[in-house]
Design a protein around this ligand. Structure first.
Ligand code: ATP
Ligand code: MG
Length: 365
């Protein structure tokens, strides 16, 4: 437990500041204590690059590395790229991911009451699982290191190390232990999602999964092949509790999963390492709606709750866990009562939704 937590806040581009700024006030209200979170704002992103030629200043990097956690809105403007064509907005996430070794991308997938589910007959609460995506190796580890041979053949290596698999699988089991289990039967379960039947690297992933699982005898385990997994997440989502998978597979199924719970505007994301964590909504900077005050703040709000949970568990601080619970309850009530922005067919502005959520957490026990 700490007297205060240092949070590096990077609002970023587009709708980033519109959703990130009010989230700070919501967290303070949920904690019932100003100053327990010490917010320090730093610049990064495509707009800062346009203004200064630097999309991720050294001072921001240092602050992110030193902070207890990083809270981020979104970054990127289409067309604002480096000379090699890579997006400036991605620098913030990717540089932090690799320099701070944020090896676990945790994406909670939960269907809230009041939100239209594209799957027929699925009710609120019946989708409630976590995708744990390996964030540091797999098929994306070799980003830029793939090769094109004589213009005739391209190769990208898929790298999975024992250390990398062990730590992501362990993270998945720890999250299962903290969870209530799958909605269908309350069983705490970790599903290993791979392609072990075809590729050696995934067979290794599964082998290490089995070894780590021995340390968690209270958690049920199972395997799912990635192609069948996409079908299961549509046909029987209530079976799942925690799903652990390789980088690219996690990238794909987390978008599929987000679609089943009402879309990108609702999906939070956490990227965590040993002692650093970066929390931001799954969506991007949405330049098409920036400046209009209609951005859906729920994904950001739920990402802030993820931050409080992670800090609370890591520091044995129940005050933070209680605040995370209040924020999730407020979000659930807000959605159930129809307090939504236009992307969810609602009529409210970002600010109106946030005012309602702040009122709710302030009035809670
Ligand atoms: P990135 O490459 O940064 O992930 P993207 O190209 O996937 O970005 P987003 O910025 O996530 O795109 O936006 C995709 C679509 O979803 C856009 O039409 C955008 O308006 C909408 N969208 C994304 N986030 C929100 C939000 N919070 N509220 C409302 N609409 C959103
Ligand atoms: Mg995207």
């Amino acid at each position: 437990m700490k007297d205060r937590y240092e949070i590096a806040v990077v609002h970023g581009d587009g709708i980033g500041p519109e959703i990130c700024r009010p989230a700070l006030g919501l967290v303070d209200a949920a904690l019932r204590q100003d100053g327990l979170m010490h917010w320090s704002e730093y610049p990064a992103g495509a707009e800062h690059f346009q203004a200064t030629g630097d999309g991720f200043p050294e001072a921001t990097r240092k602050a992110c590395a030193a902070a207890d956690a990083i809270l981020h809105g979104a970054a990127g403007i289409p067309g604002v790229v480096h000379p090699d064509g890579t997006e400036v907005g991605l620098d913030f996430t990717l540089v932090n991911r690799f320099t701070l070794d944020l090896y676990a991308n945790i994406r909670p997938i939960r269907l809230y009451e009041g939100v239209a589910c594209p799957l027929a007959g699925v009710k609120a609460g019946e989708i409630d699982y976590i995708v744990v995506r390996e964030n540091s190796e797999g098929l994306y580890a070799a980003r830029g290191a793939g090769s094109l041979l004589r213009g005739e053949m391209a190769v990208d290596p898929l790298v999975q190390t024992r250390k990398g698999i062990e730590r992501i699988v362990r993270k998945a089991f720890e999250l299962a232990q903290q969870s209530k289990g799958a909605p269908s039967d309350g069983v705490r379960r970790v599903t290993c999602c791979d392609k072990a039947n075809v590729l050696r690297s995934y067979a290794f992933f599964r082998q290490v999964f089995d070894e780590v699982a021995l340390d968690y005898p209270d958690i049920e385990t199972e395997y799912a092949i990635i192609d069948a997994m996409t079908m299961h997440l549509v046909l029987r989502p209530s079976h799942y509790n925690v799903i652990v998978t390789e980088n690219m597979f996690g990238d794909i199924i987390s978008d599929l999963a987000a679609a089943t719970i009402g879309g990108l505007g609702l999906a939070p994301s956490a990227e965590v390492g040993v002692s650093n964590g970066l929390f931001q909504p799954s969506h991007g900077s949405a330049p098409d709606i920036a400046g209009k005050g209609v951005a859906n703040p729920y994904g950001m709000v739920l990402s802030a709750a993820e931050m409080l949970d992670w800090l609370g568990h890591g520091n044995g601080d129940d005050r933070l866990l209680a605040a995370a619970g209040r924020i999730r309850t407020a979000a659930a009530e807000g959605l159930a009562e129809g307090h939504m922005t236009p992307d969810l067919k609602g009529k409210l502005s970002t600010g109106e939704v946030m005012d309602i959520l702040v009122g709710k957490v302030a009035g809670m026990a």
